[in-house]
Design a binder for this molecule. Structure first.
Ligand code: UDX
Ligand code: UDX
Length: 446
């Protein structure tokens, strides 16, 4: 506990998904009294019994210690969560609708709940990613509902799944958008964080756009390096060396320059689409943002084409092993996972698709289409005509690839993340195809 008693607050958190649960738990760990609320009774029951509903490294231990300390509680009853609360953090989903706009139905429902039951003077903190104008709209909605006493502050999250706890505890920066006094009060909740991160106290629209801008920048970087990788494929250059060379330019920086099968997850696809949609509705064309999505939607197809080529042009009757189900390592989240789009195309092309992941599960719709889940990577690979790496879990690097070469029907690998130890694989008899790079591995002088 880092904050002084006077700074500690009672906080309700609405929505116990990846964002709400990490935020609520970590705030409780800073000493605040947090009650998490969710409409999903199974989720709340599981949490109350000490079970974390998804995989997020480090989270379970903090839930356990904050629950034991009596600072973290769970309830399905919003009124109960709001009792005595000075703040309510809204972290419900804001999925894309059919047109690409953020669907704010859940958020508005929660806001109506706050209008009905929030204690006087409560500050509502919008943590969900929302289009510009949403915070102002919520403030008006509360006023129209007879609650001008409630203030609205946007505090966007920059929590990447798999490192969300660390991202909360050691943020690059914090953003609080709203009326200066209310934004300052919300910023105080994060005061226990050491070393103190830079805080930006801005207006609501700036906070809202900042979040979309950050994710769109990152998504566009991934799409741009994927385009460079695709060019490398055509001209025989090595994108791994190019990522290093480009990233060593301090103006560019080394992160998010890993090409592959494309980005997924619950944020990049949805946020880039929502930003572009908002701009279109204002008569603006965000061409780069739109292109990031267009390129990304085609990227998994390049891996598909490589797999088909390895299969001699047709997937019909072939056995395909896909390693990785989650959209990236260290999470069990499969939302918009590019490996799943690949699996769907292959199974629809007549392949027998077996997938493996250390923790993520094949979603129900793909199971119904015939995609199976293997208990271990060796089970997936045995007898396969091609192996595709879709998610770069570290443990795949340490597999016994020489033994697997003998188990595979044909030892052919498409590395959709350029992540595996290619030299060793080639020595072990594997034929390897990467994204914009081919064995043997090129070396860069340190
Ligand atoms: C979500 C958004 O997708 C993201 O844009 C935003 O930044 C934060 O919220 P995430 O935590 O990954 O991110 O969402 P999800 O895992 O879908 O969890 C949302 C939770 O809210 C679910 O547990 C759901 O049951 C709950 N919920 C939804 C409510 O409690 N009340 C509602 O009215 C709707
Ligand atoms: C993202 C933001 O990073 C985070 O700040 C928050 O706003 C939520 O959204 P997340 O979606 O959890 O986090 O994962 P992130 O690590 O950003 O990766 C997104 C996708 O890009 C993944 O599919 C990943 O595999 C892909 N990626 C990332 C690449 O393909 N290449 C890279 O170099 C980096």
């Amino acid at each position: 506990m880092n904050s002084s008693e006077a700074d500690l607050a009672h906080i309700a958190v609405v929505g116990t998904g990846y964002v709400g649960l990490v935020t609520g738990t970590c705030l409780a760990d800073l000493g605040h009294h947090v009650t998490c609320n969710d409409v999903n009774p199974q989720r709340i029951e599981a949490l109350a019994a000490g079970q974390v509903p998804f995989y997020e490294p480090g989270l379970e231990a903090i839930i356990q210690r904050t629950v034991s300390a009596g600072r973290l509680r769970f309830t399905t009853d919003l009124r109960q969560a709001l009792q005595g609360a000075a703040f309510a953090i809204v972290a419900v989903g804001t999925p894309s609708d059919a047109a690409g706009a953020a669907d704010l139905t859940a958020l508005h429902k929660v806001v109506d709940g706050l209008a009905a039951a929030a204690p006087k003077g409560l500050v509502a903190i919008i943590r969900s990613t929302v289009p510009p104008g949403t915070g102002d709209g919520v403030q008006r909605r509360l006023r129209d509902a007879g609650r001008p006493d409630l203030q609205v502050v946007n505090a966007p999250e920059f929590l990447a799944e798999g490192t969300a706890v660390k991202d909360f505890q050691e943020p690059d920066r914090l953003v609080f958008g709203g009326d200066a006094k209310a934004a300052q009060e919300v910023a105080k909740l994060w005061e226990g964080i050491r070393p103190v991160a830079k805080r930006h106290l801005v207006d609501r629209a700036t906070a809202e756009v900042a979040k979309y801008a950050a994710n769109t920048f990152l998504a566009a970087r991934v799409s741009l390096i994927n385009e460079v990788a695709n060019l490398c494929d055509a001209v025989g250059a090595d994108v791994r060396a190019i990522s290093a060379i480009v990233g060593e330019d301090t103006r560019i920086g080394a992160k998010f320059l890993r090409p592959g099968i494309g980005y997924g997850g619950s944020c990049f696809p949805k946020d880039v689409q929502a930003l572009a949609f908002t701009a279109r509705s204002l008569g603006l064309n965000l061409a780069v943002a739109e292109a990031a999505e267009t390129t990304n939607n085609a990227q998994w197809q390049r891996v598909h084409a490589k797999a088909l080529k390895a299969l001699g042009g047709s997937a019909q009757g072939k056995a395909v092993a896909i390693l990785g189900i989650a959209f990236k390592p260290e999470t069990d989240d499969t939302r918009y996972a590019p490996g799943l789009r690949l699996a769907k195309a292959l199974v629809e092309g007549g392949a027998k698709v077996r997938m493996h992941d250390p923790i993520a599960k094949v979603p129900h719709d793909l199971v119904q289409q015939g995609v199976t889940q293997s208990n271990g990577p060796d089970q997936a690979i045995a007898g396969s005509d091609v192996v595709v790496l879709a998610t770069e879990w570290k443990q795949y690097n340490a597999l016994d690839w020489p033994a697997l070469a003998k188990k595979a029907g044909r030892p052919v690998l498409v590395d959709g993340r350029n992540a595996l130890p290619w030299e060793a694989l080639v020595k072990a008899g594997w034929s390897v195809e990467g994204i914009g790079a081919h064995p043997p591995r090129l070396t860069v002088t340190p």
